[in-house]
Design a protein around this ligand. Structure first.
Ligand code: NDP
Ligand SMILES: O=CC(=O)O
Length: 329
């Protein structure tokens, strides 16, 4: 029997592709850049499965172009690139890759916190450019983490993992916002759920870990930055559109806040001419939080498991819309 046709929207680790290839006839997009929307629609025409990345917009038009589509396996935990209601209405399950990237992502949030608070990129660039004239008692003075207050916005898997690092490593006090209470974090980390206004006013470090949804789009604007303390270090590893970047640039430029560390921006890539790059108190990484060998291999494994489960009518390792009934081919 012929294997089901699956479009894989970018080369992912072989580890996942080899597993997938036992169950599907794979058409792997070979380019570095994602397929254009019209190309994606063309590519999925005869597909029963789609492996998408966070850079691929999988909307109703893509699903309608693929009448045989039975599974969308997203190579990411965030699924804001997929129209979930549209997939659910068409009874297409969506897989994602939670958990396996939690520690790597928390590591990058930690790295950004430290780099931004200790002015690492700014001082290293100064050294390289010949601006390191001598040891300066008043030069490159930063912020310390020890014993200070961390505000986590979105106490999910990654938020908790960062809070654990900060609480046990730096003795930090942890406060957080989340849609629901997090008794595990309260107990393990002596964390406390608070209103957003309290978090903004009390935190020395604010780190964003919510998913991008209707309630978090534009969550951080001028009003929120205005409530923060002037020594605050703001970190975002969630999604760019959670932050109004014009307001962030203004807060950084005017030193309303001390510094920012970003792994995500809007758009991505952020054009090299963007003002945020010109601000010495802004550290920007190109969305690398899950970029380690074990993490990307584990993501590839779950992505393959989800795809295969969707194609064979089995329960997926992680399904975003479990209300969609499983179905055999
Ligand atoms: N930079 C990168 O490479 C990476 C980025 N990410 C991003 O991180 C996000 C989080 O991942 P993960 O921790 O695994 O996901 P989780 O679902 O475990 O955590 C998300 C948390 O956000 C909370 N939340 C949702 N809406 C709000 C809101 N309006 N206010 C406050 N909190 C809110 C949720 O609360 P509740 O539990 O109460 O619903 C949940 O606790 C991903 O969705 C993705 O966008 C993830 C991995 C890598
Ligand atoms: O941003 C990465 C993800 O997995 O989500």
């Amino acid at each position: 029997m012929a294997l089901p046709h699956v479009f894989v929207a970018r080369r992912i680790p072989d580890f996942g592709l080899e597993k997938m290839a036992k169950y599907a006839d794979l058409d792997i997009w070979p380019e570095q850049l994602p397929p254009a929307p019209e190309v994606l629609r063309q590519k999925v025409k005869n597909c029963e499965g789609l492996v998408s990345l966070l850079t691929d917009r999988v909307d109703a038009s893509v699903m309608d172009a693929a009448p045989k589509l039975r599974i969308i396996s997203n190579f990411a935990v965030g699924v804001n690139n997929v129209d979930i209601p549209a997939a659910t209405a068409r009874k297409i399950p969506i897989g994602n890759t939670p958990g396996v990237l939690t520690e790597a992502t928390a590591d990058i949030a930690m790295t950004l916190m430290l780099a931004a608070s200790r002015r690492l990129t700014e001082s290293c660039e100064d050294a390289k450019a010949g601006r390191w004239k001598t040891w300066e008692p008043l030069g490159w003075i930063g912020q310390e983490l020890q014993g200070r207050t961390l505000g986590i916005v979105g106490m999910g898997r990654i938020g908790h993992a960062l809070a654990r690092r900060c609480h046990f490593g730096w003795g930090m006090k942890v406060i957080y916002t989340s849609r629901s209470p997090k008794p595990e974090s309260d107990q393990e980390l002596q964390a406390r759920q608070v209103q957003m206004s309290e978090l903004l006013q009390e935190s020395d470090f604010v780190s964003v870990h919510c998913d991008l949804n209707e309630t978090t789009k534009g969550l951080f604007g001028a009003e929120q930055f205005a409530q923060m303390r002037s020594h605050v270090v703001f970190v975002n590893t969630s999604r760019g559109p959670v932050v109004d970047q014009t307001a962030l640039a203004q807060a950084l430029r005017s030193q309303k806040i001390f510094a920012a560390g970003l792994d995500v921006t809007d758009p991505e890539p952020l054009p090299p001419t963007h003002e945020l790059y010109s601000l010495s108190n802004c550290v920007i990484a190109p969305h690398i939080a899950s970029a380690t060998v074990p993490t990307r291999n584990a993501m590839a494994r779950i992505c393959a498991e989800n795809l295969i489960a969707g194609l064979t009518g089995q329960k997926m390792t992680s399904c975003v819309n479990p209300e969609v009934p499983t179905r055999q081919s």
